[in-house]
Design a protein around this ligand. Structure first.
Ligand code: MEV
Length: 393
């Protein structure tokens, strides 16, 4: 049996039809699953998803080969319109292969919901009463989501925060932590927050206003790490050690400066959002949470760390990632289902780890280009290819 490798040499040189054939055989896609890469949802289905539908909107669906994540060979599906991102990411994954691939991990899929309580007569007394009744309250909520409970999830904890200085006066905010397993969990957590609020009003003698998830899902984080030997980092005009040192210095710039951090993190989201779109995730939720996380100490900073260790460059990316592999678009969108199949039908935690590896790869590619030949060379060669393609048609 041939080796099941994601190192698809020359994949980019194949004709479109050959690429599709190769992918179908690699990921064991059946006719319908392959076909889903052309179709997407029907306009009739679109009409049931959102309001005032008048059409559909397509984007390119591409594959980044070369990934190894936790020793598993992977092809990463990407939906993106920006030239060079796919090539850059494939190239970065090839460099990371030389160091053994990405190592990833994640926390349990715990979402946070918020209940805002106003007009609470005594914040401290209310905090104590909620803490005293916590176990009882959590036990009452357990039945609300039988599916999530059956799968091993459910409400886990209540945290109480006093926010004393706001434009609308002091507030009490209760955080509900809930394990939503393979669901992104927005609906589940909103339902439970709404169900909990009358009781919190009674306990605190206050008035509940907002009852909604927080997109800063910092209990639900994914982490990816990679080690790249200097040897594979060298370019036409640069030594590997210099490239590694340059990447460390470029990252230090993004840690220190929000203007650079915004661009640096944008590059990370070239990778993460492209997988999010391909697999039917709520990428606005992902972006909102990650940017808030990037500013968690009061200053907006880079989401990555890059270090030089011995003869290797080491990169780490950690961020909140609330993704789902059941329900939502993963249920309705045939292309998203095919994308998940290409990834081996991962659970939500594994998908968040794959997305983090894609983000780290994209950041590596951008920094490597920026500290060596500059970003325009790659962009220009693609631009020239496009012009050539235009002439050939
Ligand atoms: C372009 O889409 C992304 C970059 O600007 C990221 C970066 O500067 O790190 C190249």
């Amino acid at each position: 049996m041939p080796e099941h490798t994601s190192r698809l040499k020359g994949f980019y040189k194949l004709h479109l039809a050959e690429r599709r054939k190769k992918l179908a055989s690699w990921a064991a896609l059946d006719e319908g699953e392959s076909q889903a890469l052309e179709g997407g949802i029907s306009i009739a289905d679109a009409d049931t998803l959102v309001e005032n539908v008048v059409g559909l909107y397509n984007l390119p669906f591409a594959i980044a080969p070369n990934f190894i994540i936790n020793k598993q060979e992977m092809l990463v599906p990407l939906v993106i319109e920006e030239p060079s991102v796919v090539a850059a990411m494939s190239n970065a994954a090839r460099l990371v292969r030389a160091g053994g691939g990405f190592q990833t991990s994640s926390t349990e899929p715990v979402m946070t919901g918020q209940i805002q309580l106003l007009d609470v007569p005594c914040l401290d007394a209310a905090v104590n009463r909620i803490k005293a009744l916590k176990e009882e309250l959590l036990a009452e909520l357990g039945h609300l989501h039988p599916t999530i409970k059956r799968l091993g999830g459910g409400p886990l904890d209540l945290e109480v925060r006093k926010i004393e200085d706001t434009l609308a006066g002091p507030m009490l905010v209760v955080h509900l932590l809930m394990d939503t397993r393979d669901a992104m969990g927005a609906n589940a957590i909103n339902t439970v927050c709404e169900a909990l609020s009358p009781e919190l009003e009674a306990i605190t003698e206050g008035r509940a206003l907002l009852r909604i998830l927080s997109n800063l899902s910092d209990h639900r984080r994914a982490r990816a790490q990679c080690r790249i030997p200097f040897g594979v980092l060298s370019g036409d005009e640069s030594e590997g050690a210099d490239v590694a040192q340059g990447i460390f210095e470029a990252n230090a710039f993004a840690v220190a400066d929000p203007y650079r951090a915004a661009t640096h993190n944008k590059g990370i989201f070239n990778g993460i959002d492209a997988v999010a779109l391909a697999t039917g995730q709520d990428w606005r939720a992902i972006e909102a949470g990650a940017h808030a996380y990037a500013a968690r100490d009061g200053q907006y900073r880079s989401l990555t760390e890059w270090m030089v260790e011995g003869e290797e460059l080491v990169g780490v990316l950690e961020l909140p990632l609330a993704v789902g592999t059941v329900g939502g678009m993963t249920k309705h969108h045939p292309t998203a289902r095919t994308a998940l199949k290409i990834l081996g039908n991962p659970n939500a935690r594994t998908l968040s780890e794959i997305m983090t590896a894609a983000g780290l790869a994209q950041n590596l590619a951008a920094l490597r280009a920026l500290v060596s030949e500059g970003i325009q060379r790659g962009h220009m060669s693609l631009h020239q290819r496009r012009q050539q393609a235009g002439r050939d048609h």
